[in-house]
Design a protein around this ligand. Structure first.
Ligand code: ATP
Ligand code: MG
Ligand code: FE
Length: 332
């Protein structure tokens, strides 16, 4: 099937075209309007999606060299995400499908992050464990089949992406903080400072505490030396990053051992983190894992991942009706 897919859950307006499971185009417009606010402003995101959606879809069709008349279905992100942002993609997809008389497919954004692993080779073998780490979620998912997944552990408060972004903000790094912190960390000593992180039962996480510990650490250190942050920024970034990665992987190791699953993947925006990618490679050797790390373009939000999810849903006959509406807290 040839499918047009749309992603609009947060601050990326994206459209992709997939044919026979092969992504032909994947256009991503990251909204710049939020930079000056140091975070995503939901109302501005909705407005930017409205401005972007037609040009982004037009480009995706053009780049794929696909005519509207060749489409077999239109897919969109139903959730989770920001209601107003989701509404733009959902409404657009519904009218597009209605106008063309073709089926509609609703996609779960978090499942799509995982299914990004099926866009290109090598693809993981079922069952595999996926650590999904993004701006709003931190989950360990047991993936039994393309569309059968079970969340076995997750964060009880903040997502790890938030921990990256908030730490970066406290250090005065520009938005979006995660990638900046990653860059700074590469030049620092990860063992320079110690930060505590909450230990939750089973495969669960807590990342709200590290925020507070970084805040107090910076407050105390700058009292002694007002230019402490300037002088030590790379070491602080490296130390916080190391703590976050160690915490993430500890539970992943536990899950792998308990379940006897050695196929291990990472997904979501934070899977772009170079420290996490490197450490996972080391763990592959140490624990005899087959690890799967997405290409950078499929880590953060993109419609290519929505397209591959839609491809498998299409094959299963999993279609939505015109009565579908966005679900900001969509579960699976
Ligand atoms: P969700 O998928 O949970 O709905 P989202 O869609 O906003 O949230 P993504 O686009 O998947 O999130 O990921 C964005 C997050 O990834 C941000 O928190 C960002 O800082 C983080 N991120 C991106 N690149 C890196 C990096 N290199 N290092 C650390 N964090 C990163
Ligand atoms: Mg984003
Ligand atoms: Fe996302």
């Amino acid at each position: 099937p040839t499918i047009l897919a749309i992603e609009s859950s947060c601050d990326e307006t994206s459209a992709a075209v997939i044919r026979g499971g092969k992504v032909l185009s994947n256009i991503v417009n990251t909204q710049a309007v939020h930079e000056q606010y140091g975070g995503v402003v939901p109302e501005l995101a909705s407005r930017a999606h409205q401005q972007n959606i037609i040009p982004v879809v037009t480009q995706a069709l053009l780049k794929a060299n696909v005519e509207k008349s060749e489409l077999n279905a239109v897919a969109f992100t139903r959730g989770p995400g920001l209601l107003g942002a989701l509404l733009v993609g959902c409404s657009f997809a519904k009218s597009f499908a209605l106008g063309l008389g073709i089926p509609l497919i609703e996609v779960n954004h978090m499942q799509a992050h995982i299914l990004a692993h099926f866009i290109d080779e090598p693809t993981p073998q079922f069952p595999f464990l996926c650590l999904t780490v993004s701006g709003g979620h931190t989950q360990i998912v047991l993936v039994k089949d393309h569309l059968t997944m079970e969340i076995i552990g997750q964060t009880t408060d903040d997502a790890v992406g938030e921990a990256f972004d908030k730490t970066a903000k406290m250090l005065g790094l520009p938005y979006p903080g995660g990638p900046m912190l990653d860059k700074m960390a590469a030049q620092g000593n990860p063992d320079a400072f110690e930060f505590p992180v909450g230990n939750m039962p089973e495969y669960n996480y807590s990342f709200s505490g590290i925020k507070t510990s970084v805040l107090y650490f910076l407050r105390d250190k700058t009292k002694e030396n007002p230019s402490f942050v300037e002088e030590n920024i790379a070491d602080i970034c490296a130390s916080v990053q190391k703590t976050l990665i160690k915490t993430l992987l500890k539970k992943l190791v536990k899950a792998s051992n308990d379940l006897g699953v050695k196929e291990v993947a990472i997904a979501g925006g934070v899977s772009a983190n170079s420290g996490l990618r490197q450490t996972l490679q080391q763990y592959a050797e140490k624990y005899n894992w087959n690890v799967y790390i997405p290409a950078f373009q499929y880590c953060t939000d993109n419609a290519g991942m929505i397209a591959i999810a839609a491809h498998y849903q299409y094959l299963k006959g999993d279609f939505a009706t015109q009565y579908v509406s966005p679900e900001p807290r969509l579960k699976f």
